[in-house]
Design a protein around this ligand. Structure first.
Ligand code: SF4
Length: 462
C-alpha cells in the first residue's frame, strides 16, 4: 500500500488546508497533525477523525512541527507497508514527540510499542472514539462556539470536488494472501440511510464525484438480517446516482448480481466504470488463493457488461508470482488479459504478509521470476491501454477538472479514477476552468496512459 501523495502529507506543507484553517482559527487553538498511510479506505478513516476533531474545535496542522500532537493512521496490509508505518511513526516522534497511532497496524499494539515505546496511544482500525479520547488526553480541547461549526462537508484530505464514501467495513471472504478479515472483521455494512445522508452532505458541500469504497462493495448489505432486497448495492447505487454527482464504484467483487448494476451506468448517474480485483485467471492459482475459480465465466460476465454498457471502463488488479504459480498458469493469465482487454490494470508481485495463510504454501516463486512476469504482464497491459486510448481520438468526452495550472488543466474522463488511472490534459483555452468543473472535450492525441484534448464547450457546471 502506498502512502499519501505528497500534497496529503502533513510533513510536507499543504497550502490549501493551511489557508482554510488559518482563516477560521485563532493561533491559540490546539492543533493536530495527521499522516494517513495506506489505501483510500484508510484515508476515509482519517477524514472522519479530522472531521470530528475539527467539529470539536481543533485546528489541523499541515506540519508535524506546528502540531500539538500527531496522529499516524497506519497500514498493515503488507510487510513493506508495516515497515513504512513504523518509519512514519519514528519520523513523527522525532519531529513532534507526541504521537497517537491508529489504523490497521494498530491491531498489533505490541508490534508498535516494541519499536516505539514512546507513542502516547495505540488504537486499532476504525476506532474513532478511542482516537478522539487519546487526542483529548494528550491535548485537551479548547472549544470556541463562534468558529467550531462543522463545515457542510467536514474536513477532507482529498481535493474538494471528489470524496471517498465508505459504505461498509470488513469482509466475509478468506483469500489466503489477505489478512484484512482478521484485522477488520466480518462484513459490517453502514445503513443505507446513513450512507445517503453523508453523500447528500458531500454533494451539498460541493463534491462532484463520489468514490464508493469498502473491502467488498458488491457485498454491501448482504450482512443485514432484513435486507428487503436481493442486492442492496443496486438500490444504493441507484439512489447515489440520483444526487447529480459522478458516482464511481471501487472494489466490486465479481458476483453475478453485478449485472444489475451495469444498466445503471447506461441510464443512471453511476459512472460506466467498474474496479474489480480479479487477482488471477488460472483456476488452480485462484483455488490456491481461495478465490472463486471461475475465470472462464468471468470472461462471459465481462462480455455481458460490455453488451449492456458498451462504454464501460474496466479496471482490475492482479498478483503475479503467487506461490506455486507455474509458467503455464502465468501464460493463462496473459492470454486471459489479451482476451478480456481490460482498460486499466494494476499488478503486484506476490509478497508474504505476516499472518497470511499463503505464506505456508509450497513452491514460492523466485524474485527474479516474479519480476520477469511482472514486466511481461505490464507490457501487455500497456499495449492494451495504448490501443484503447488511441481509439478515443476524435471522440467527444466529458471530463472533470482536477487541477488548473498556467500551462495546462489536468482532467479525468469518466473512465479515470483519481490517483490510480490516467489523465486528460487541456493545454489551450483552459484559463477559465476551475477544479471540479465538468466540461466536454474533443480528444486530439493519445499516449500509453493519458489523453490530450481541446475544450469543446464552456463548463457544464461550475
Ligand atoms: S475479498 Fe479482498 S479484503 Fe476480502 S479477503 Fe479477499 S482480498 Fe481480502
Amino acid at each position: 500500500m502506498a502512502s499519501n501523495p505528497p500534497n496529503l502529507r502533513p510533513d510536507i506543507s499543504n497550502p490549501r488546508l493551511e489557508r482554510d484553517m488559518s482563516r477560521v482559527r485563532p493561533a491559540s487553538q490546539p492543533t493536530i497533525g495527521m499522516v494517513s498511510l495506506g489505501c483510500p479506505k484508510a484515508l476515509v478513516d482519517s477524514e472522519r477523525i479530522l472531521t470530528r476533531l475539527r467539529a470539536e474545535g481543533y485546528g489541523i496542522s499541515p506540519e508535524y512541527s506546528g502540531a500539538d500532537a500527531v496522529i499516524v493512521n497506519t497500514c498493515g496490509f503488507l510487510d513493506s507497508a508495516k515497515a513504512e508505518s513504523l518509519e512514519a511513526i519514528g519520523e513523527a516522534l522525532a519531529e513532534n514527540g507526541r504521537v497517537i497511532v491508529t489504523g490497521c497496524l494498530g491491531a498489533e499494539p505490541d508490534y508498535i510499542t516494541g519499536a516505539h515505546p514512546k507513542v502516547l496511544a495505540v488504537t486499532g482500525p476504525h476506532q474513532y472514539e478511542q482516537v478522539l479520547d487519546a487526542v483529548h488526553r494528550a491535548v485537551p480541547p479548547d472549544p470556541d462556539p463562534f468558529v467550531d461549526l462543522l463545515p457542510a462537508r467536514g474536513v477532507s484530505l482529498t481535493p474538494r470536488h471528489y470524496s471517498y464514501l465508505k459504505i461498509s467495513e470488513g469482509c466475509n471472504h478468506a483469500c489466503r494472501f489477505c489478512i484484512i478479515p482478521d484485522m477488520r472483521g466480518k462484513l459490517a455494512s453502514r445503513p443505507h440511510r446513513a450512507v445517503m445522508r453523508e453523500a447528500e452532505k458531500l454533494v451539498e458541500g460541493g463534491v462532484r464525484e463520489l468514490l464508493v469504497i469498502s473491502q467488498d462493495t458488491s457485498a454491501y448489505g448482504t450482512d443485514w438480517k432484513d435486507r428487503g432486497s436481493k442486492a442492496p448495492i443496486t438500490d444504493l447505487a441507484r439512489d447515489l446516482g440520483s444526487l447529480g454527482a459522478w458516482v464511481r464504484l471501487h472494489y466490486v467483487y465479481p458476483y453475478p448480481h453485478v449485472r444489475d448494476l451495469v444498466p445503471l451506468m447506461e441510464t443512471g448517474g453511476v459512472l460506466p466504470y467498474l474496479d474489480i480485483p480479479f487477482q488471477h485467471a488460472h483456476p488452480d492459482t485462484l483455488r490456491r488463493m481461495a478465490r472463486p475459480a471461475a475465470a472462464a465465466r468471468t470472461l462471459d460476465e465481462i462480455a455481458a457488461w460490455r453488451a449492456a454498457c458498451p462504454d464501460i471502463t474496466l479496471r482490475s488488479t492482479f498478483i503475479v508470482g503467487y506461490p506455486g504459480e507455474t509458467e503455464e498458469e502465468f501464460q493463462t493469465l496473459l492470454d486471459w488479459l489479451d482476451e478480456a482487454q481490460l482498460d486499466r490494470v494494476g499488478c503486484f508481485q506476490y509478497e508474504n504478509v505476516a499472518g497470511a495463510r499463503s505464506n505456508a504454501l509450497p513452491d514460492h516463486v523466485a524474485p527474479e521470476v516474479k519480476q520477469d512476469r511482472w514486466d511481461r504482464f505490464m507490457a501487455k497491459a500497456q499495449e492494451i491501454s495504448e490501443a484503447k486510448l488511441a481509439a478515443k481520438v476524435g471522440r467527444s468526452l466529458e471530463v472533470i477538472v482536477d487541477l488548473v495550472e498556467e500551462d495546462a488543466a489536468t482532467c479525468r474522463t469518466r473512465g479515470d479514477a483519481p490517483e490510480i488511472d490516467g489523465h486528460l490534459y487541456i493545454d489551450e483555452g483552459h484559463e477559465g476552468l476551475s477544479p471540479g468543473d465538468i466540461v466536454t472535450v474533443t480528444v486530439d492525441e493519445a499516449g500509453e496512459y493519458d489523453l490530450w484534448g481541446t475544450l469543446a464547450k464552456t463548463p457544464a457546471r461550475t
